[in-house]
Structure formats: C-alpha cells, structure tokens
Design a protein around this ligand. Structure first.
Ligand SMILES: Nc1ncnc2c1ncn2[C@@H]1O[C@H](COP(=O)(O)OP(=O)(O)OP(=O)(O)O)[C@@H](O)[C@H]1O
Ligand SMILES: [Mg+2]
Length: 354
C-alpha cells in the first residue's frame, strides 16, 4: 500500500489547491473552452495566442508548449484550449502513467497528424521514457528496440508531426534538455482577486446561481489566488444560500457560509490558523523549530511544512529562517494579537529565545 497522508490531508481541505473527488466531475463543466473565455494570465494568453495563430496560418502544427505553475491555476484547461484552438484532437496522459519507454512509444506511434499530446506531471516521467521523448519532440522519430541482449536492434519509426503540451507544478525538476525542447513555456501566476471575481461570475452563470458583485469579492478574497479553490468555495456558498436564504449570494451570505467552513477572510483554514496561533501564543512568534511547532498543533511535521506553511509564507505571515519559524507582524495583526514587546507592562521579551 502506498498511503500518502500528506497528500490526502491536503486534498481533504476546502482550501487545498489539488483536485479532490468532487472537483473532477464538475471541473469539466466549468472549464473555459477557448482563449477568449480564459480569465487572466494575460501574458501567457497573449504569447500563446501568437504561437497558435502563426501555426494556423502556416497550416502546420504548433510548437511544443510547456505550462508550469501551482495546482489549480489552469494548466489542464489551457492544454484543452490549445487543442480546441488548433482544431486538433487531444490525447491525455501523465508522467506517472508512463512506466516504460514502450508505453510512450505506443502512444506516440498512434498519434494522428497535428494531434495534441497532453503530458501532465511531466516531471514524474521515467528516465528512459524521457530520453525517448527528446527524440520524438525534436525529430518526430522514435527508436523502437526489438529483441534483447546482443541481438537487440533499434528500429526507427517516423512519427506524424504533433504538439506536445507538458504541464508541471515543479518546473525546476525538469532536466534542462527536456525544458529546452519546448518552443514556448508559459508560467502561470496566482490570480488577482479581480480576476477570481470574473471566474466566479462566469462559474455562477454556468451553475445557474445568482451572485452579487460583493458576494463574488468576498469569495475571491478567500480563494488563495486559485480558480479551482474559488469554484469549490462557490459551490459550498451556493449550498448555504440555497438552504439558509433565498439562493442569492451576497457578501453576508458568503462570509457566513465560509465562516461555517472555517475559511477566514484571507483564505486561511483551521490548520493554517492553528499553526499561526501556536507560533504566536506558545512561542512568542518564534523562532521555533518545525518539529516543536508540529507537536504543538498535534500534526505531523510534513503536514505543517507541506500543507500549511507554503501559503502562510506566500501571504507573508510566516518566515522560514535558519533558526526556525518566525511570525511576521502581519501574523499578529491577522489573529488580532499583540506582539510581546508591545504588550502593556512590557511582556516578557527574551523568554522564548534560543
Ligand atoms: N483562467 C481561468 N479561467 C476560468 N476558469 C479557470 C481558469 N483557470 C482555471 N480555471 C478553473 O479552475 C479549475 C482547475 O483548473 P485546471 O484543472 O486547469 O488546473 P491545473 O493547473 O491543471 O491543476 P493541477 O496542477 O492540479 O492539474 C478548472 O475547473 C477551471 O474551470
Ligand atoms: Mg491539471
């Protein structure tokens, strides 16, 4: 068995960026179908638009495209848009699904001319498959090895021109020879609240939910810059609006509903706040070691480090220093607490220092 506790902990969260069970079915329905519908990511969209237009004008296939960015920012969505814009079919697979080079050879040799091959989690492909991919990308050719040992021969196989779209959450893990073979790399950024509001209005329309501008702003502010989270929070708020009110999502309804789910105004959930509160209240804002902090909140080290901390760091609430975890002034402010040095009576500075 291969239980990945950290991953399951992360996907169970309402504000987790990875796709959870319920998401997968509904995401297909909410996916923008063309570049015009795709919200935000202006730079990537503009660049990609040029790449695709030029390819269409030439009547050829588009260059290989690498999409990198955090989970839930729209990489899979964009890959489908690329195929749609090129009027090409799309084949979907992922790095972990390709165990052997032979698996990849089978997929590549069955591609139609101009087809888009979407390779999700491309950083998790096996080494031999990766090497086969180099040649396929560059020369549209693979060597299929027949037989074993000294009698083995490599039979070259011509491939029809195709467009590889690779997606990765960890661009840094890609070997440079692979990265270099993409004609275009799009880095997906976290979304601005105003962009998430547009995503929310669009999704609400598709889900046939009535939402006011302030309701959308309230949800957007809690969505951690991520459309997937925005769409998920929208569904929870919709339930609440339907059961407890007249179905219309206002600022008040959104704030109430997300309060019930313990997602606060900045998008922190119970775990995030537990970590911050322990850091502030038990350790005076740090520095404190990760293990000590994890014990204090009754979680595994990995959960604190991989599930809670990245967002706290991104939000400027927590810093990882060589001496341990340290809270920033914004953390005190967010939890409505006063740092010890400023407390009336002087507090007890130095008490928790190493
Ligand atoms: N720019 C956007 N405009 C509107 N909706 C978006 C946008 N980007 C993403 N979404 C929505 O967010 C959801 C998640 O997007 P998607 O599955 O493409 O993310 P991803 O980057 O592939 O995530 P992962 O890394 O987990 O595979 C989709 O349902 C999609 O509808
Ligand atoms: Mg995806």
């Amino acid at each position: 068995m291969n239980w990945d506790d950290t991953a399951s902990e992360a996907t169970d969260r309402l504000v987790g960026a990875d796709a959870a069970g319920e998401d997968q079915a509904i995401e297909a329905a909410l996916r923008p179908k063309d570049l015009g519908e795709f919200v935000g990511q202006e730079r990537v969209r503009e660049q990609l638009d040029l790449v695709l237009r030029a390819a269409r004008q030439r009547g050829g296939t588009a260059d290989h495209v690498l999409l990198s960015g955090a989970p839930g920012l729209g990489k899979t969505t964009l890959s489908m848009i690329i195929a749609a814009e090129m009027g090409a079919p799309i084949r979907i697979t992922s790095g972990p699904a390709i165990q052997h080079a032979g698996d990849l050879a089978a997929i590549l040799s069955s591609l139609a001319e101009g087809e888009v091959l979407f390779l999700d989690e491309i950083h998790r492909m096996s080494r031999p498959a990766e090497e086969m991919l180099y040649m396929a990308m560059e020369d549209f050719r693979v060597d299929v090895v027949v037989g074993k040992g000294p009698g083995a021969t490599a039979i070259p196989l011509e491939l029809p021109p195709f467009t590889l779209v690779g997606a990765t959450t960890r661009a840094g893990l890609l070997p440079p020879p692979l990265r270099d073979r993409f004609g275009f790399t799009g880095h997906m950024e976290f979304y601005e609240p105003a962009e998430l509001e547009r995503v929310l209005h669009r999704s609400a329309r598709l889900l046939d939910v009535e939402i006011g501008p302030e309701g959308a702003a309230e949800i957007a502010g809690r969505s951690r810059g991520t459309p997937r989270i925005a769409n998920r929070l929208l569904r929870r708020v919709r339930d609440y609006a339907q059961v407890k009110a007249d179905g219309v999502i206002t600022r008040e309804i959104a704030a109430h509903a997300l309060g019930i789910y313990e997602v606060d105004a900045r998008g922190l959930d119970r775990l995030d706040r537990a970590v911050l509160r322990a850091l502030l209240k038990l350790f005076g804002g740090g520095p404190v070691g990760l293990s000590t902090l994890a014990v204090a909140v009754g979680e595994e080290r990995e959960t604190v480090e991989e599930v809670a901390e990245p967002f706290l760091v991104r939000e400027g609430l927590l810093a990882r220093t060589p001496r341990g975890r340290v809270a920033t002034p914004a953390a005190w402010q967010h939890l409505g607490l006063v740092p010890p040095q400023q407390a009336p009576g002087g507090g007890q500075p130095g008490l928790f220092e190493a």
